[in-house]
Design a protein around this ligand. Structure first.
Ligand code: SF4
Length: 348
């Protein structure tokens, strides 16, 4: 099966030419998909009936079905549990900030990275998403926002899955949603998160895509990080820092480091000092995340006062940091929680 939302304008043009259709039809189809945001091929009324039939035979469209939708009473965060065409489920979240609306998309069903504070990985990796399945999450959210005249201003690839473990689909997504004939999300408004897959970070740098790289760091020493994130045993902190420096050198883009604070694990003032020291050579920003409680892991968040003390210590040492506002805490908005509940992946 091919996904219509997974086609770049170029691949669509090539497909149309093979069907004996003029290339400009690709622009028309893109208009229907991303400007008018219709829900079906049948609605693309300036295409011939013949071409619409052909498209419908070759491509799937509208493959997401809402299983659950939760809206936070606190901050309007909207979380979807979508069923894919094969019944697998993923999560997508719309978040409202004072600077605009962002959408968090998933790139894999489940995840194999095994981060200890994350519910998405409880059942391992089920499968990669296709680029079209990632794009459709965003289109679905934008279509919903259209009803209130609102627009998605930024996208984060931070839902379930490690985006750089599904590199081609994740970058296919970036190519499609940044297209000037499509949703026109600026590359700088797309954040790709990673646990630190070194070869992929270097590839991303060499391709000079201009997206923001968000590295999930969560600890400043190997022992703590390996306990929390098994990937650290393959790529330790020193090699990760080298790759981050390379990314900055090649792209000129400042890196975001994500740091989830977990009570008694990585949240002491000594941890803050180690972190500031580690990041000193890299132009970057630190996002401090009050970790959402995941019952399966029994990890407890750091008290608010300690989070502020941690941020202040970083500030004193010259490291800029922001404490991330907690989004949708009343609706289990942490990565993977809704899906884990739905599929009974609780480990007890
Ligand atoms: S935090 Fe991200 S990379 Fe780590 S297990 Fe969860 S989904 Fe995977």
């Amino acid at each position: 099966m091919q996904w219509l939302y997974g086609m770049t304008r170029q691949t669509l043009r090539e497909w149309l030419e093979r069907q004996g259709e003029p290339a400009y039809r690709a622009e028309q189809i893109f208009q229907w998909l991303y400007k008018k945001r219709v829900g079906s091929i049948a609605e693309m009324t300036n295409l011939s009936r013949n071409l619409r039939d052909l498209l419908a035979q070759e491509f799937a469209m509208g493959t997401l079905a809402v299983v659950r939708k939760q809206v936070s009473q606190k901050d309007g965060t909207t979380k979807f549990l979508f069923a894919l065409h094969d019944g697998d489920t993923i999560e997508t979240v719309i978040m409202r900030h004072d600077y605009g609306i962002s959408v968090c998309v998933s790139t894999q069903v489940g995840c194999k990275m095994g981060c200890k504070f994350c519910a998405s990985t409880l059942g391992g990796l089920i499968r990669n998403l296709h680029a079209g399945e990632i794009v459709e999450q965003l289109v679905y959210c934008q279509r919903l926002l259209d009803t209130a005249g609102e627009r998605v201003s930024s996208v984060v690839l931070m839902g379930s899955g490690e985006p750089l473990d599904n590199y081609d689909a994740a970058m296919g997504f970036v190519d499609i949603v940044t297209d000037a004939g499509g949703l026109m999300i600026g590359q700088r408004h797309i954040t790709v998160s990673t646990v630190g897959l070194i070869p992929a970070i270097r590839r991303l740098a060499d391709e000079r895509r201009g997206v923001t790289l968000a590295v999930s760091l969560h600890a400043a020493d190997d022992e703590t990080r390996s306990r929390m994130m098994p990937v650290n045993k393959a790529y330790n902190i020193a090699t990760l820092m080298e790759a981050c420096q390379y990314y900055f050198r090649v792209t000129g883009r400042r890196i975001s480091f994500e740091y989830a604070l977990i009570n008694g694990h990585n949240d002491s003032l000594d941890d803050a000092r180690r972190l500031a020291e580690l990041l000193r050579p890299i132009p970057c920003h630190v996002n401090l995340i009050p970790v959402n409680y995941v019952p399966e892991r029994n990890l407890v968040r750091t008290p608010a006062r300690q989070i502020q003390a941690f941020a202040d210590e970083l500030g004193k040492l010259g490291q800029t940091a922001t404490v991330r506002r907690e989004m949708g805490a009343d609706i289990a908005a942490a990565c993977g929680q809704l899906r884990a509940e739905h599929s009974g992946e609780r480990s007890g």
